[in-house]
Ligand binder design. Structure first.
Ligand code: AP5
Length: 215
């Protein structure tokens, strides 16, 4: 099974990807996460991407496409969750051809919807485990034991440099202007399902599960 998760920043794509991976044995391919890794490595791509990411702008299509194609090959036929890709019409068109070339089929495109005030609240309260990357929120999704990661027990947490109010607004603008226009493309192909991203993480996952199991 191959899925695309779309939605505004903070909609819960990463959080729900973690659940989907565990439930359906899928591999998550997050272009945002790949770019953050490149930034940590201080590669040419990482340096170029960091400036754009901190401004809340999208990274150019050609760089993203070159990066994701190899990562899909690395999964060696496992089902994938594309988290945050495609994000422009050009990326969606290239992905279609890429899937044909790789002999893969796209089962569902799931759009998670949340309203703008929730985007800001979720991004400004987000943090994650520095060791294993598990995501949390200071109000909505705290570790079970304060300051200890549920998954790996680490006590070190990090915040993203683009999780501030100003950058969050630019990211949301980029979503509306460049990403939302690809939704009709998938709708016309009969592949799009939209879920309400409001409510608890378990509640949203139950909605996604219903879609996935009917896919
Ligand atoms: P990326 O990392 O993909 O960021 P994003 O799309 O803005 O999405 P986020 O990771 O911020 O949010 P999410 O939906 O995963 O939410 P999460 O589950 O963490 O991209 C970053 C940047 O990289 C882009 O701005 C761009 O510059 C570049 N980029 C990436 N891909 C690109 C591409 N394809 N083309 C060009 N440029 C690209 O949840 C958020 C918070 O809310 C967490 O704290 C979580 O605990 C909490 N939460 C989750 N679910 C719930 C719930 N149901 N109720 C309450 N709280 C919840």
């Amino acid at each position: 099974m191959n899925l695309i998760l779309l939605g505004p920043p903070g909609a819960g794509k990463g959080t729900q990807s973690e659940r989907l991976m565990d439930a359906y044995d899928l591999v998550q391919l997050s272009t945002g996460e790949m770019l953050r890794q490149e930034t940590k490595l201080k590669s040419k791509l990482g340096d170029e991407a960091k400036v754009l990411m901190d401004a809340g702008k999208l990274v150019p299509d050609d760089l993203i496409i070159a990066m994701i194609s190899g990562r899909i090959d690395d999964t060696k036929g496992a089902g994938v969750i594309l988290d945050g890709f495609p994000r422009t019409t050009a990326q969606a068109e290239v992905l279609d051809q890429m899937l044909v070339d790789k002999g893969m089929q796209l089962d569902r495109v799931i759009q998670i919807e949340i309203p703008e005030p929730e985007v800001i609240a979720r991004l400004t309260g987000r943090f994650s485990c520095a060791k294993c990357g598990t995501g949390y929120h200071e109000v909505f999704n705290k570790p079970k034991v304060a300051e200890i990661c549920d998954k790996c027990g680490s006590k070190e947490f990090v915040r993203r440099s683009d999780d501030n109010v100003e950058t969050a607004r630019s990211r949301l603008r980029a979503y509306h202007e460049q990403t939302a226009p690809i939704l009709p493309y998938y709708e016309a192909a009969g592949r799009l399902s939209t879920v309400d991203g409001m409510g608890g993480v378990d509640q949203v996952f139950a909605r996604i599960k219903e879609i996935v199991e009917g896919a």
